[in-house]
Ligand binder design. Structure first.
Ligand code: MG
Ligand code: MG
Length: 253
């Protein structure tokens, strides 16, 4: 069942989102060769708590971090730790914040210094696919329009959509109905209605779409070792159109 939110509830989710995007901006400002993913995680957790929020991922099904930090061929769910970023890496950072019982969820992939042309294209296309998807999050469309927008952009650019991982509804729980695949035909699935809030999250590889589980039973990698990127917004469907609750925020430090 898709739980719709009132305008006041969406405002509360936006407040969680505002903390989240500032945490990601802080992380972005610290991304450089030599910094460890554990250091990024600690900084994000400190900031989120300083703002009265709670890191949504910490303890979720036993996950130990406040961020998921997923470098290079890792798609999602990387546990922060001793890995030190290297020049030329890409690093996906996913974060969730709970404020007053409402959750926001967002991810970005950052470049560590100059990256290869393949990596640059992967980041640009994945981000563009999310922006295309946002434009579909309006009353009168159907969920398949969102999924299809991601797939059309990604495959049009010669890249692959990870198929076994999906976005989701979000609200009081981080993962609510509906599941939101990043591929599929347009004009299918549930009708989008005012008050729905969606975490749309294209996960894209520069190779093929298959993924594999890592030895820690958390990290998920592209099966072929190709680079992977992940961008995610929490988006409310409103009468005025899509409202991104986790908007871009300039890097800070
Ligand atoms: Mg996320
Ligand atoms: Mg999510």
């Amino acid at each position: 069942m898709i739980v719709k939110k009132s305008a006041a509830e969406i405002d509360r989710m936006a407040a969680a989102g505002a903390i989240l995007v500032r945490a990601l901006a802080l992380v972005e400002g610290k991304v450089r060769p030599g910094v460890t993913t554990g250091e990024l995680d600690a900084a994000a957790e400190r900031f989120i708590r300083s703002q009265g929020g709670e890191p949504a991922f910490k303890g979720y099904r036993g996950f130990p971090g406040s961020l998921c930090t997923s470098p290079n061929s890792m798609v999602v769910h990387g546990i922060p730790g001793s890995y030190a970023l290297q020049r030329g890496d890409i690093i996906s950072v996913d974060c969730g914040v709970i404020l007053d019982g409402w959750v926001a969820d967002a991810a970005r992939t950052f470049a560590v210094g100059p990256v290869s042309p393949v990596a640059r294209k992967l980041l640009d296309t994945t981000k563009a696919s999310l922006m295309d998807a946002v434009q579909q999050c309006r009353p009168g469309n159907r969920l398949g329009d969102v999924s299809h927008a991601v797939q059309a952009r990604v495959e049009g650019d010669g890249l692959s959509v990870v198929r076994s991982l999906v976005g989701h509804g979000i609200g009081r729980d981080m993962h609510e109905d509906p599941q939101i695949p990043n591929y599929g035909p347009p004009d299918r699935g549930p009708a989008l209605e005012e008050g729905m809030v969606l975490a749309v999250e294209p996960m894209v590889t520069a190779g093929r779409h298959a993924v594999r589980m890592g030895d820690d039973h958390w990290a998920i990698y592209s099966q072929d070792g190709s680079l992977a990127a992940h961008f995610e917004f929490t988006i409310a469907v409103t009468a005025e159109g899509p409202r991104v609750l986790t908007p871009w925020h300039e890097a800070t430090d």
